[in-house]
Write a protein that binds this ligand. Structure first.
Ligand SMILES: [Fe+2]
Length: 442
């Protein structure tokens, strides 16, 4: 018999596991929150407020909104009142169930609160979340730990947006300033360049496959349920389309041939004067492109980037191919290692392929998000999260396309083979690129 005040061996193991779970959550919380602030290290106070278009948000807004997320969905649920009564209005993004909000295109007009005040707000939220992780009873912790986990993945999404949004803002400045003064992966103009390997095709057999998330660990609600799909035989390109190949598309009149374009794409290209990917500029007879290190020459071997779905689709038609469906992409990626050029490489730019994978497609993860031909729709049996968080993904399942694989601005711990990113077909400011597919040649 065990005395009442002495834990049995099984109890001790369970208590250790619970303590470890809290310690691990606090560890990841600290790392991810700090990573966001590290991305801002090279910015000036003036940079924090820039909003270059309605789709992009100022750095300061990202810093505050990610904190508001924890305050609203974790701290308020734990019974803590908001730190600032107006911040809910200023930093709610799109949650109708939470309340009214400042309109998105005018986020750049918020000179107040200052960046220093937003940093103080972040520090206070950090302290409160950590305190809740330490002090919540086990039942409340079990309820709120998954929401804290969601908040961390949300924060990682905004880390990527922070980079793509500041890149877009700096690209509007005639000085084309660099986001940083060199970095571990900053562009080295003297680096030797090599041709990418010739594009090859990998075949996949016909059959019934399963896609979507199931199992342990974190996934967004839009990644499930796991379900069966019937898949015809198909082929997937063994690497991404390069800038050199895209230069051929431009040189051969790709932007002037309506037969290559979807009707909406042709209209968008005409209205917006597209003649090359976003950020490409002709200077002294050759193309250069804006990067987070400022302007740089186009490396023909690196993956083409900052193309819309329309451009990706037109290029695929030009190449005698098509874009993959998300099922085709996921079947190929399911057995691939999650390795690649992610934000941790420090390059902040897609990298030329030097060593192709021995088996299976290269560059599935990292470098650029890959446009798929699949509309962003609910999987069979999809259920959004309960409550206001149900607005996170489900309400955007209309008129957008799915992108897969992550980019050079994505944290590696954020991506999965089942991850479904989504943007409207005209969007170009994300690190979006092209992988080709085609029906099997009989
Ligand atoms: Fe958000």
């Amino acid at each position: 018999m065990v005395a009442a005040n002495v834990a049995a061996p099984g109890d001790r193991e369970r208590m250790t596991a619970k303590t470890d779970q809290r310690a691990e959550l606090k560890r990841r919380f600290a790392i991810i929150r700090r990573s966001t602030e590290e991305l801002c290290r090279s910015l000036t106070p003036e940079d924090y407020v820039l909003q270059s278009m309605p789709d992009a948000s100022p750095v300061k807004w990202h810093l505050a909104h990610t904190s508001w997320f924890f305050e609203t969905f974790v701290l308020a649920k734990a019974g803590l009142p908001p730190l600032h009564s107006a911040y809910g209005y200023l930093f709610n993004s799109y949650y109708n169930a939470v309340g009214e909000r400042h309109c998105r295109p005018r986020r750049g007009l918020l000179s107040r609160p200052t960046a220093a005040e937003v940093y103080r707000y972040r520090a206070q939220i950090d302290e409160r979340v950590v305190s809740q992780i330490d002090s919540l009873g086990q039942a409340r912790f079990a309820d709120l730990a998954p929401v804290i986990e969601l908040g961390l993945h949300h924060e990682q999404q905004h880390q990527e947006l922070l980079l793509t949004d500041i890149k877009h803002a700096f690209a509007q400045n005639p000085l084309r300033p660099a986001y940083r003064d060199g970095g571990p992966g900053a562009a080295d103009p003297s680096a030797p360049r090599a041709d990418p390997p010739a594009l090859g095709w990998i075949g996949y057999a016909e059959g019934v496959a399963e896609i979507g998330w199931a199992g342990e660990g974190f996934a967004f609600d839009n990644e499930g349920p796991r379900h069966r799909v019937y898949q015809r035989t198909y082929q997937l390109a063994d690497r991404l389309v390069t800038s050199g190949e895209y230069l051929d598309f431009i040189a051969e009149g790709g932007y002037r041939r309506p037969d290559l374009w979807l009707s909406e794409g042709w209209a968008a290209a005409g209205e917006q004067g597209w003649e090359a990917p976003l950020y490409w500029e002709r200077r002294e007879g050759r193309f250069q492109a804006m990067s987070l290190d400022g302007m740089r020459d186009i490396d023909p071997a690196e993956p083409v980037c900052h193309v819309s779905y329309y451009e990706a689709d037109a290029y695929a038609r030009f190449a005698g191919a098509r874009l993959p469906t998300e099922a085709e992409w996921e079947i190929a990626a399911a057995s691939a290692r999650i390795e690649g050029n992610f934000v941790e490489s420090g390059a902040l730019h897609p990298a030329a392929l030097r060593l192709p994978e021995a088996a299976g497609p290269s560059q599935l993860f990292g470098d650029v998000w890959e446009w798929t031909a699949s509309g962003y729709s609910p999987y069979p049996g999809f259920k959004p999260m309960d409550g206001a968080l149900g607005e996170y993904n489900g309400k955007f399942m209309c008129n957008q396309l799915v992108l897969r694989g992550g980019s050079c601005a994505t944290p590696v711990s954020h991506i999965r083979a089942t991850y479904r990113n989504f943007f409207p077909p005209q969007a170009r400011w994300q690190f979006s690129g092209i992988r080709l597919a085609r029906d099997a040649v009989s």
